[in-house]
Design a protein. Structure first.
Length: 422
């Protein structure tokens, strides 16, 4: 029993509030990943256009560039629990609205895109708030293990969600799929409502001018080389590699010639790999070179997606995405961990907002650009060119930032004794 108590992830899981947050994340990620595969097939059926499928990424991530920094500042100033409850109620309302349209057979592509836009707006506020709340609950010493557990939920959702979504679309139709989504969103909202955060976790910067706070967050993002390196690589990955997730229905239909059920299984492949990788990371007791996990993971994912772009074989594509998913576990866990560790407590929401900003810009541009190339040429050319280019563009970042060459050190305020005038 003593040995079990020393396993960091099990220590975190004893916290009742973390249990509620983690369970809600499990259910929400299953719902979100299921919804992506369902909406991809729905748009493809309604329009027959790969470009229209790419617009899912555009509308989902469109709110991030203009709103992410503001959302990060709100996460630092307002009650994080209330923000998370509110965003989950919004998710529930959106899923219920689409279910009603499907049941009445009134659904049109513009209904779907507007619903996705609203969902993306809620997600902009949800993401930095949740990650700052994770730090509130876990603390500095356990944040990497808390992020590993979040990564497990993300990838559990990647595994289960697409499989359920593809199965439901093929055998029960879009209405049946959205009925399941409504139930999942209802349960997730209830669990978030039951969670509580430590007292005072959202009262750090209420005396800071709002726009000055945003400017200070931007300044920190550029001045800290670890933060700048993470954000730059994240921009490349989200713009040129990760949009593949939106095009799984197109790849499955046009390249691999398989139906929605196998398309859902293909969409789960990287989630299986990431799930295994996150379990391995969660079992480690100490991390020093966080940046090495981050960079190596990014390179593995980029190479895997480049291979999948040209593979006509379902089994090969599945196995390559599974291996790429193991790389993604290192990338995703260390992405947020490095940003949180290298930032002062009162600025963590804003730095998570900066992460949301670069992720959103990447998906916004990448989804539209890949969809346009796929419509003009083929999905293989679109994905292959982007994944290959991302690998080349990452090399200067790896060389010029300290991600690989130096150990990450937690943020420490300057010593007032040493900085005082003589």
């Amino acid at each position: 029993m003593a040995r079990i108590s020393n396993i960091p992830v099990l220590v975190i899981l004893r916290d009742r509030n973390f249990q509620f947050l983690w369970a809600a994340r499990w259910i929400h990620e299953i719902s979100r990943r299921m919804e992506l595969i369902v909406l991809g097939y729905l748009i493809l059926e309604l329009t027959g256009s790969a470009f229209a499928v790419g617009l899912i990424s555009v509308f989902l991530n469109g709110p991030r560039p203009p709103l992410s920094l503001v959302a990060g500042m709100l996460a630092d100033r307002l009650d994080r629990w209330r923000i998370m409850v509110g965003t989950h109620v919004v998710y529930l309302c959106i899923a219920s609205f689409l279910l009603a349209l499907l049941f009445l057979q009134w659904v049109e592509p513009w209904h779907i895109f507007m619903a996705i836009l609203l969902q993306g707006t809620a997600k902009v506020l949800d993401d930095p708030t949740r990650r700052a709340a994770l730090f509130d609950i876990a603390g500095q010493d356990r944040i990497t293990h808390a992020m590993s557990l979040e990564m497990i939920t993300n990838n559990g959702g990647k595994i289960i969600g697409p499989v359920i979504g593809g199965f439901m679309v093929q055998f029960y139709g879009f209405t049946g799929a959205f009925a399941v989504l409504v139930v999942l969103d209802l349960v997730a909202a209830f669990l978030i409502f039951k969670m509580r955060l430590p007292e005072g976790s959202s009262r750090m910067v209420r005396d800071t001018a709002f726009w000055d706070g945003i400017k200070s967050g931007i300044g920190h993002s550029f001045s800290n080389k670890f933060v700048l390196g993470v954000l730059t690589v994240s921009l490349l990955m989200n713009g040129m590699v990760f949009p593949l997730q939106y095009f799984i229905p197109v790849v499955a239909t046009d390249v691999l010639k398989v139906g929605p059920a196998l398309g859902g299984i293909l969409g789960a492949a990287d989630g299986i790999g990431s799930f295994l990788g996150a379990i391995i990371l969660g079992g480690r007791t100490r991390f020093t070179y966080h940046g090495r996990y981050f960079v190596i993971g990014a390179l593995i994912i980029g190479a895997g997606v480049a291979i999948v772009a040209w593979s006509p074989w379902f089994v090969v594509s599945f196995l390559v995405l599974l291996c790429g998913g193991m790389g993604q576990s290192g990338f995703s866990v260390m992405q947020s961990s490095i940003l949180l560790l290298c930032s002062p407590p009162e600025m963590r929401g804003r730095i998570m907002g900066s992460q949301g900003l670069v992720n959103g810009v990447g998906h916004l541009i990448g989804g539209a650009e890949i969809g346009a190339i796929a419509q003009a040429f083929s999905i293989s050319i679109a994905i292959g060119i982007n994944a290959g280019a991302s690998l080349l563009l990452m090399l200067p970042v790896i060389i010029w930032t300290p991600l690989v060459w130096r150990a990450v050190e937690a943020y420490r305020r300057p010593d007032p004794v040493n900085t005082a005038p003589a």
